[in-house]
Design a protein around this ligand. Structure first.
Ligand SMILES: [Zn+2]
Length: 143
């Protein structure tokens, strides 16, 4: 089955044919690699595009710059991105800037990570985690 993958850079939806390695695929619009081993910073609009169009699972880290545990977890989240891509798309949403999205997601504390598949929430974790813990948690939910 073809995959639909939203570009982490320009948020264009790309169709990646079945059997073609997504790890090396480039965006048809901005020509950047679809997966560079980094999380992608999203706003409300690009967040909705990822959740609505990606056929791969999408993990979002809801954080804020003033939150010490969020900043402490950032390197672990990047390490998890290197590990989980291109099976999973990793996003970061700044809840200070995108308060309406944070409210819609019923975020009570940060950092909170939410895993989506097919537009639906399938898992949620609050509190900082190590890279290994993030990877294990995600792999459990989307083997
Ligand atoms: Zn692009």
């Amino acid at each position: 089955m073809d995959m639909h993958i939203v570009c982490g850079k320009c948020a264009a939806t790309n169709r990646v044919p079945a059997g073609r390695p997504a790890a090396t695929a480039k965006c048809g619009k901005c020509r950047q690699v679809l997966f560079a081993g980094h999380s992608a910073e999203v706003d409300g609009q690009t967040f909705d595009r990822h959740i609505g169009h990606d056929t791969i699972p999408v993990l979002v880290d809801v954080w804020a710059p003033w939150c010490g545990p969020c900043r402490a977890m950032a390197p672990a989240y990047e390490a998890a991105a290197r590990e989980l891509e291109p099976d999973v798309r990793l996003l970061k949403l700044n809840s200070d800037v995108e308060q309406s999205v944070a409210t819609r997601l019923r975020i009570n504390s940060i950092p909170t990570m939410i895993l989506f598949q097919g537009g639906r929430e399938i898992g949620r974790q609050s509190g900082a985690m190590s890279a290994n813990q993030i990877v294990q948690w995600v792999r459990q939910l989307v083997p």
